[in-house]
Design a protein around this ligand. Sequence first.
Ligand code: PLP
Length: 440
Amino acid sequence: MSRLFYQTRLERPQLDRADGIYMWDVTGKRYIDGSSGAMVSNIGHSNPRVLAAMKTQMEKSTFGYRLHFQTEASEALAERAAGLAPEGLNRVFFVSGGSEATESAMKLARQYALTRGQAQRYKVISRMPSYHGATLGALSVTGYAPMTAPFDPMMRAMPKIPAPRAYLDGLDPDDPATGAHYAQMLEDKILEEGPQTVLAFIVEPIGGASTGALVSPAGYMQRIRQICDHYGVLLIHDEVMTGGGRTGRFFAAEHWDVAPDLICLSKGFGGGYVPLGAVIARDDMVEAVLDAGGFIHGHTYAGNPLACAAGLAVIDEIEENGLMANTCRMGAHLKSRLSDLMQKYPMIGDVRGEGLLLAFELMADRRSKTPLPVEFNAFDRLVEIAYQNGLIIYSRRTRGGLSGDHFLVCPPMIVNEPQLDELIGLLDQSLSQFMAEVPS
Ligand code: PLP
């Protein structure tokens, strides 16, 4: 028995090596990494530029505590990240993962409110379903009962509004009235809670595992910005999964040309090479907090030079190889191939997403959007069948009465058409095996 444990008893073969979009276990079996791990390995595995940058940095220093030294790598990465962020968001606070980014953004928002004499503002509204991280603070804004309920007494659960799942509600996501309809739920919630108590709203511009690549409906992101401005509520974009080019833009919110007050970034920022994340904040917010005595927050590995050197090389690779343009092209190809599968398998009730953050959802009935019976165990079974066939796709137990069985198909941004066709072939084969198992 292994000494190691994770969430469940799930046993997996030992990983031997990985290169590009492929991974091999120690028996020599090859897998297509069709989910970039957990939507992390955006530029693929074993990228020579990143490995070389890490080696160079390793030979100089691997740790410089932030209270003792600045490092060239962390300064340079902060500069690059700020350069990619919307105007006015120029200050970068490094962390080592997505949950830390969520925590840091909420704490910075709170301290900024205190500098403005708004001690009564502490509520962070979020959406149901949503995922913002596994630590207790991040869980308080996570909209997913199976993960939060056991810890309820240990945290202050924050107010939630429904995520804009137009496809389930029979609304047209391209109609601006749909965006306005869901954004109104935010205004209603702010008024219900009392605007003077609401600190921030945290939102994934394009959803990740919780909603299965849910793209915000037309006008939603813009309207939310207006509502937040009107009530003095800070807007946090959680771009932990979407940031770093996965949707075809460096930040997903660029699709709507809206700027938040704070951005959370992680997964693709380190690209699977190092644990790395960041909060990018409005300059004046950071100045106010620093002037008032400082940000009461920080983690030991923040701004680690090795992590930052890798992060810089990841951005170089994305920019110099046109990986965001490739993501748009390959995303369109993959989406159309997934839509072909939707024609073939009536159980696929929806295909959605942007760039290479794509998902399909299985349903018992497409028209009524009836979910599959829970006992079909689709989220586990289909992932398992695909895995046995050498294809990694991503699913999360999203049930709890909230969602259906959606599967993320998110290969690295370096993927090409023949590789996507190979991926679709394996998915087709896996779906037909799964359908054969399903009671008629
Ligand atoms: N926020 C979003 C949108 C995520 O998708 C995730 C992870 O899946 C997190 C936060 C938490 O990140 P981490 O698992 O690195 O703590």
